[in-house]
Design a protein around this ligand. Structure first.
Ligand SMILES: Nc1ncnc2c1ncn2[C@@H]1O[C@H](COP(=O)(O)OP(=O)(O)OP(=O)(O)O)[C@@H](O)[C@H]1O
Ligand SMILES: [Mg+2]
Length: 302
């Protein structure tokens, strides 16, 4: 069935192992489910919707896939109030106005363009400001499109996204339709602050990224924190893991684990135990209540 979609091109990855190994080479430690979904997304030419707690590597996954495939990363950072003009395209009003003024001036000199000429001119490519979605659609070089924190946009913008991700084309009334000549890899991330529409979910492959298991977190620390010993990386991962089992307002994320590990390296700490961890808990936890709760717990195990 021809859906009128652009050609997806040759597969980017030869095998599941190539995804996992390649990601590790660019410093992203994936588990089977992450590498499996990335592999399938490429084969099926589907966007990936990545959901999960804050700081678990959702954004980094898209960045790392771009790095691995040598693609340009185009990022649409979502926020409440994001609209078509910031997501898709808008006209450069200031430049248009200047052009009109220049035209009027010319008219007084008897040599200016007619209104029709002027109109055609100011609604041409030169006056268009392409925003990330349009930029990704008309790219001719390999790109990875990252729609970051999609749960922050209103339903209208979500519908726009859905339309773009279904058709890979954009209609600009004054210019015509821009069709993608290739299918980019697309990642949408969400912190699940609200439910996304069923239609958007249907369009995507779903990937839940949770906190890594002990081994993977240790490896993430080792790959991201230069100069850390194997022993310290292991201790850091173990302590963070035990803290996540407490009922905290905000459990430490991978980015906080990394900040903590870097802090310990800077402080010249070589090994850390539960008691020693208490002095630097503020790097891992961001609520006073959580810090007190964790300190009490660490004291009881040390
Ligand atoms: N699997 C991983 N391998 C390597 N680094 C990782 C991994 N997971 C997380 N990180 C690191 O953790 C940090 C946080 O990752 P990232 O910003 O992608 O999180 P996020 O899930 O997008 O968070 P948020 O929801 O707050 O946007 C980054 O510095 C990233 O490099
Ligand atoms: Mg993110």
């Amino acid at each position: 069935m021809n859906l009128g979609l652009p050609d997806s091109g040759p597969p980017r990855f030869e095998s599941l192992d190539a995804v996992r190994g390649g990601l590790a080479q660019v410093g992203y430690l994936a588990d089977d489910s992450i590498s499996g979904v990335v592999y399938l997304a490429d084969r099926l030419s589907k966007p990936v919707l990545v959901e999960g707690p804050a700081g678990t590597g959702k954004t980094q996954l898209a960045k790392s896939v771009a790095e691995l495939t040598g693609a340009r990363l185009i990022r649409l950072q979502c926020y409440e109030g994001l609209d078509e003009s910031k997501a898709l395209y808008e006209w450069n009003y200031r430049k248009q106005l200047l052009r009109i003024q220049a035209g009027e001036h010319g008219k007084q000199e008897q040599e200016g363009p007619s209104w029709a000429e002027l109109e055609e001119d100011i609604f041409s490519e030169d006056f268009l400001l392409a925003r990330p979605l349009l930029e990704a659609i008309r790219a001719t070089d390999p790109v990875v499109l990252l729609v970051d924190e999609v749960d922050r946009v209103e339903l209208e913008t979500e519908a726009l996204l859905l339309e773009i991700l279904s058709e890979y084309q954009v209609s600009i009334p004054e210019l015509g339709t821009v069709r993608a000549t290739q299918l980019p890899m697309v990642f949408l991330t969400s912190n699940n602050t609200r439910e996304l529409s069923e239609a958007l979910k249907r369009r995507c492959l779903y990937l839940h990224v949770d906190y890594p298991d002990l081994d993977r977190e240790r490896e993430i620390v080792r790959s991201r924190v230069p100069g850390i010993s194997e022993e310290l990386a292991d201790q850091v991962a173990r302590i963070v893991r035990s803290l996540r089992t407490l009922e905290l307002r905000k459990a430490p994320s991978v980015s906080e684990t990394l900040d903590w590990a870097r802090t310990l390296v800077i402080l010249g700490v070589e090994t850390i135990d539960a008691a020693g961890a208490r002095d630097t808990l503020h790097v891992l936890l961001k609520y006073q209540g959580d810090i007190e709760r964790a300190a009490k717990e660490l004291l009881s195990v040390s």
